[in-house]
Design a protein around this ligand. Structure first.
Ligand code: NAD
Length: 485
């Protein structure tokens, strides 16, 4: 078997598809670079992984939680030791710059350490009883088998922040990474196994969402589904799995605004918005896609923004000095270019970018110019729909109230930020903005792993947050105990 063909992992063993079929994992900055090949599993193979996870679950649940945590902490150390190599691989596979990739890999280290220590702190509650000689308390129990389905844009951090709370609570996992980025997902699973995770506790399956993913959603032996991805697939999962007794958490898209008030430090605001809109090539669910600027400072904002964005060097993320990598694939590139055309047709004014990049540095990859539209109005599709690329829409508001109204006038509610020196306006924003992540004088992107994460409105479904201690609530069920003595 060719060295670049990697296996899935089922029951701790290498697993290939029965018919030997594979799919290719391509470097989006240089499409003749095949990073790896992975098995194209069938639905039956995915069902087998679920059976194996079911068999392993009771023993894992009875392993003391601090011991489960010890394995997570050890895996954190392995990932930290190998961070440079993992970051390079992540850049090659997904396209983000090396600095962005390193930040993401180190996020995994924090997540594993945080949830590893939670092995000592899987607390219930203790309360007084209304009856004499009685104690009331609650304990947490695992749910059973969890399906974890993840997107390509944070292909090591998102699986880690789902797996770690699932595992520490005593669940077993079947994990399906996105088909653009299976190798970094494989490396994560491999680190956990090298840290001592028993066979069958974490199983990795690769293949199409429509078959392998669908099995992870519909199989009756699955007790919980944690999915991050697009609104369309999330809605489909809700329709198919919503009727039965399975716990579901869906983290979906965003259309995140940054509001710029007239009392702000403009240089800082521009820098933060550039980071939010064009960092990670705009391919973050929390990316800034709308800058809502007070009329009185809008000309200055636009001038400074254009000057700054013109200096962004787009290229292969492995190259020193490159600030923005490619988009992940041809389909995503075409979707972004289609949205740029939609913006033009709708009458928005293109002030920068808008084209696919060609030429020696770019001809082999999926590169697009950082793009800015102005005169965008709330009825336009580019003001409403998630583009998931480096495209920023500038909208003008005549006052603070109108800025908040514009910010809220979308069906999503993931992240939002405001730039102001006024504490009262900042607090007003915190209370009126419809978003699960709210930032003051900070970019919409960037999360800390011990804070709860999740959106409002159509950005999330399931209500229980990811990350932080809140994540334990999703991956466990509570038993209420009445003890009389
Ligand atoms: P996607 O919905 O196309 O795919 C996500 C995952 O679901 C992939 O592993 C895919 O193979 C699988 N899948 C596809 N169809 C399926 C089906 N019918 N049943 C089960 N699984 C299926 O999303 P994507 O293109 O990989 O990622 C981009 C999207 O993810 C964007 O919309 C972005 O906003 C969102 N995202 C959200 C968050 C968040 O936390 N809210 C974070 C990152 C990305």
């Amino acid at each position: 078997m060719s060295e670049r063909i990697y296996p899935c992992i089922i029951g701790g063993e290498k697993f290939y598809s029965a018919d030997g079929r594979t799919f290719r994992d391509i470097n989006p900055a240089q499409t003749d670079d095949v990073v790896a090949e992975f098995p194209l599993l069938s639905r039956e193979d995915a069902a087998r992984a679920i059976d194996v996870a079911r068999e392993a679950q009771a023993k894992w649940a009875s392993t003391p939680a601090p011991e489960r945590g010890r394995i997570l902490v050890k895996a954190a150390q392995i990932v930290e030791n190998e961070a440079d190599e993992l970051a390079r691989l992540l850049t090659r596979e997904e396209g983000k710059t090396l600095a962005e990739a390193r930040t993401e890999v180190l996020r995994v280290v924090s997540v594993f350490r945080f949830f590893g220590v939670m092995g000592y702190r899987l607390r219930g509650e203790f309360m007084p009883s209304a009856e004499p000689k009685t104690h009331l308390f609650t304990i947490r129990e695992p749910l059973g088998v969890t399906s974890i389905i993840t997107p390509w844009n944070f292909p090591i951090a998102i699986p880690a922040w789902k797996m770690a709370p699932a595992l520490i609570c005593g669940n077993t996992v079947v994990f399906k990474p996105a088909s653009y980025t299976p190798l970094i997902g494989y490396k994560l699973a491999d680190a956990l196994h090298r840290a001592g995770l028993p066979p069958g506790v974490l199983n990795l399956v690769t293949g199409p969402g429509s078959t392998v993913g669908a099995e992870l959603i519909t199989n009756q032996d699955v007790d919980a589904i944690s999915f991050t991805g697009s609104l369309e697939v999330g809605e489909e999962i809700k329709r198919t799995a919503g009727g039965r007794n399975v716990r579901i958490q869906l983290e979906l898209g965003g259309k995140n605004p940054s509001i710029v008030l007239d009392d702000t430090d403009m240089e800082r605001a521009v820098e933060m918005i550039v980071r939010g809109a064009f960092g990670l090539t705009g391919q973050a669910c929390t990316a800034t896609s709308r800058a809502i600027v007070l009329e009185s400072v809008a000309d200055e904002f636009e001038r400074r923004l254009v000057e700054r964005v013109k200096r962004i060097r787009v290229g292969n993320g492995l190259v020193e000095g490159v600030e923005m990598g490619p988009v992940v694939g041809e389909r995503e590139l075409n979707k972004i270019l289609d949205y740029i055309q939609v913006g033009l047709n709708e009458g928005a004014k293109l002030v920068l970018g808008g084209r696919k990049l060609t030429g020696p540095e770019h001809s082999k990859g999926y590169f697009v110019e950082p793009t800015i539209f102005k005169d965008v109005t709330p009825d336009m599709r580019i003001a409403q729909e998630e583009i998931f690329g480096p495209v920023l829409a500038i909208m003008r508001a005549s006052n603070f109230d109108e800025a908040i109204e514009l910010a809220n006038k979308v069906e999503y509610g993931l992240a939002a930020s405001i730039f102001t020196r006024s504490l009262p306006r900042a607090f007003e924003f915190i209370s009126r903005i419809q978003a699960g992540v709210v930032k003051i004088n900070k970019p919409t992107i960037g999360l800390e792993p011990h804070m709860p994460f999740g959106g409002f409105k159509k950005s999330s479904f399931g209500m229980i947050k990811e990350q932080g201690e809140a994540a334990l609530d999703f991956y466990s069920k509570v038993k209420a105990v009445y003890l009389g003595y």
